[in-house]
Design a protein around this ligand. Structure first.
Ligand code: ADP
Length: 640
């Protein structure tokens, strides 16, 4: 028997989601089990039949010993008229052998069906749960993702779902086995000889309690093992990733010591769990051995005609043998009792997390009457917009307007809120106050998919999916032809480098594919936006990672692309946005300056100074700006 008691990992996460759910196991059976009632019924019934057949051979053996091999009692079978039974001993032996064979063959067939039933029940629920959870996860707001680690969500999709699958398969199977074995054996023994049965069944509650206690003791130790192996792995991963730093700092000995410590912690935790675990089997053996010896001694004396103490009546040798065989049968099922409870508790926690996640309310709610957005001119207005991710305001009273087809640049120090302004347009978050409108329609009054389709967003650090370059460019425009993909790539100045890749447009990129530089990824993302042909474009530092020459080339093709579309550009390199129709300077979430490049230079404020530094006209920002920047840095550091 394998003890899998590794139980509470990750149970601290998703606390709020878990609290939201009541009776998760009932929901699991009602919502997901219902569609698989057939498999469940087949699994349950055939596992009962299979176990009942398992219980027959010792009973038949007892009958054979007492009625065939000895002249003790007449040969009779429960529920069968005596007239139908063979009269000769040989005939009775044939019949008994035949019945034993049937019980083995039937048992095999039922065990097969039971496995089929439970497995297909568990597998199809697992599939439905996983796809439903993923579907829901995908639709959750960005806020949810900001708070959670990807690892935590992966753990729900894999560990929790798998754990429920295991419970539905192994758990239900072991549970039905436990019930049938204990109840079945108890009935048979009590019918045969209730007095000896009471003695023989003494170990049942003892073994159950003992294994329950064992699991409760060893479970936290396994949690400790998992936590220490997690720490050891992160240390190893971190060190191998930072090997260059270790070498340049000649910190090899220092790091070896740290790995030694982490490995030692793992060793200690493991050893603690092992010493507890290896006590279990000997103790279980002793417990079951005591039961065996007790039954053997009391039963043996009885067969010899000397019943112990107050025992009365007679015990036949065949019955004695059946008792010995049956008492050995219930030990393992009962020994799984503790593990079953543990499995149930873990499944319960997993179901809570899964259903809790499915019920996470969306802060961004689509108006039921919302229609698809219709962008005409593409006139975008921010009207007194205020917003914070938490309690701290990130944007305060931001107002500006862009005429259809114009380009608006957002500049300002890091953390000023530029990306946040754009996220609000895409409705990744909702404004706290004020409104954002496109051609006079509030973004909260249109359907979210149509809004996001109308806006092409190219980020600073574009993510490429594992797939071909072509698939990555056509992401979102899944029907694009090869020619269209290539045209978009040309427009984004990506065609030339794509052709030099080992398999051109069919080169695999992304996590496990060919590694592309930041600039190359940006150009693929731009090509993606070109191909999607959205009404409004957003470039969030989209060309920050390309060299000046490529940037110039991209700029040229972008000019064509952005010519008649409303475009937002976030840029640090001011040379790229100096021709924008309007420049909005943000500082600490507020609009501090607004106008064209020439206007802002005249204003001689933050923009003019940033420009002067970047153009090399002055060496550094005036003291006033440096002090402000330093103060801001101090404030952010203090927040952290
Ligand atoms: P910018 O684009 O100008 O560098 P951002 O819009 O990214 O600025 O960030 C503005 C402020 O909001 C920063 O203080 C940043 O730490 C904070 N912020 C950004 N994203 C989140 C988020 N998902 N959750 C909480 N705070 C955030």
């Amino acid at each position: 028997m394998h003890f899998d008691v590794g139980g509470t990992d990750g149970d601290g996460t998703f606390e709020t989601e878990r609290e939201r759910v009541s009776s998760p196991m009932r929901r699991l059976f009602v919502e997901y089990g219902r569609e698989n009632t057939l498999q469940f019924t087949v699994g349950l019934l055939t596992s009962v039949f299979a176990r009942v057949l398992d219980l027959l051979p010792p009973l038949l053996l007892a009958l054979a010993i007492d009625a065939i091999f000895q002249d003790g009692i007449a040969f009779s079978l429960w529920g069968v008229p005596d007239a139908w039974l063979p009269a000769t001993k040989t005939g009775q032996l044939y019949l008994t052998a035949g019945l034993i064979s049937v019980s083995f063959l039937g048992g095999a067939a039922f065990h097969w069906t039971r496995n089929w039933g439970w497995n297909s029940f568990a597998q199809s629920i697992q599939h439905d749960l996983r796809t439903d959870t993923y579907d829901k996860m995908q639709r959750l707001n960005m806020e949810f993702y900001a708070e959670k680690q990807t690892g935590e969500m992966m753990s729900v999709l894999s560990n929790d779902v798998n754990r429920l699958e295991r419970f539905l398969n192994d758990g239900l199977n072991s549970f039905s086995r436990l019930v049938v074995m204990v109840v079945g054996i108890a009935i048979i023994l009590l019918r045969m000889n209730w007095q000896l049965a009471l003695i023989a069944l003494v170990p049942v509650p003892l073994i159950a309690l003992f294994t329950r206690r064992f699991v409760a003791t060893v479970q936290p130790k396994y949690a400790e093992v998992r936590s220490s192996v997690g720490q050891l792995n992160s240390r190893l991963e971190n060190n191998l990733g930072g090997i260059q730093v270790i070498k340049t700092a000649t910190a090899e000995t220092h790091e070896s010591d740290r790995v030694d410590d982490a490995s030692m912690d793992y060793f200690d935790a493991n050893w603690d769990a092992i010493t507890t675990r290896i006590r279990f089997y000997p103790a279980l053996r002793i417990l079951s051995g005591v039961g065996f010896v007790l039954t053997f001694f009391v039963g043996g004396m009885w067969v010899l005609g000397n019943p112990v103490g107050p025992l009365e009546g007679a015990l036949r040798p065949g019955e004695f043998v059946a008792f010995i065989l049956y008492t050995q049968r219930f030990i393992w099922p009962v020994a799984q009792f503790g593990q079953l409870i543990n499995m149930y508790q873990r499944a319960h926690a997993s179901a809570e997390r899964i259903f809790g996640l499915m019920e996470t309310p969306s802060r961004i709610v689509e108006d039921p009457d919302a229609a698809a957005v219709e962008v005409g001119d593409g006139h975008v207005t921010y009207d007194d917009v205020s917003f914070g991710y938490g309690d701290e305001p990130v944007l305060e009273d931001v107002s500006f307007e862009v005429d259809g087809g114009e380009t608006l640049a957002l500049v300002g120090p890091t953390g000023a809120g530029k990306s946040t302004v754009m996220k609000l347009l895409l409705r990744m978050y909702d404004v706290d106050e004020g409104a954002i409108t496109i051609d006079g329609t509030d973004v909260r009054d249109v359907t979210i998919p149509s809004l996001r389709r109308a806006i092409g967003y190219v980020s600073q650090d574009p993510f490429l999916f594992y797939g071909t370059v072509r698939e990555n460019i056509a992401y979102g425009s899944f029907d694009a032809t090869d020619e269209e993909v290539e045209q978009a790539a040309r427009a984004a100045e990506a065609h030339a480098f794509i052709r030099t890749l080992p398999e051109g447009y069919d080169t695999m990129v992304g996590e496990r594919g060919v590694k592309l530089s930041g600039g190359q990824r940006q150009r693929i993302a731009i090509a993606r936006a070109v191909l999607n042909d959205p009404e409004i474009l957003v470039f969030d530092e989209a060309t920050s990672d390309v060299d000046t020459e490529t940037e110039m080339l991209i700029q040229r093709s972008l000019d064509r692309l952005t010519d008649d579309r409303t475009t937002f550009v976030i840029a640090h390199r001011l040379s790229t946005i100096k021709d924008a129709d309007q420049i909005v300077v943000l500082e600490d979430g507020r609009v501090v300056e607004r106008g064209s490049h020439a206007d802002l230079l005249d204003e001689d404020g933050l923009y003019a100074n940033l420009w002067a530094v970047q153009a090399g006209e002055i060496d550094e920002l005036p003291q006033e700006f440096i002090e402000r920047a330093a103060r801001r840095r101090l404030e952010t550091d203090a927040d952290d």
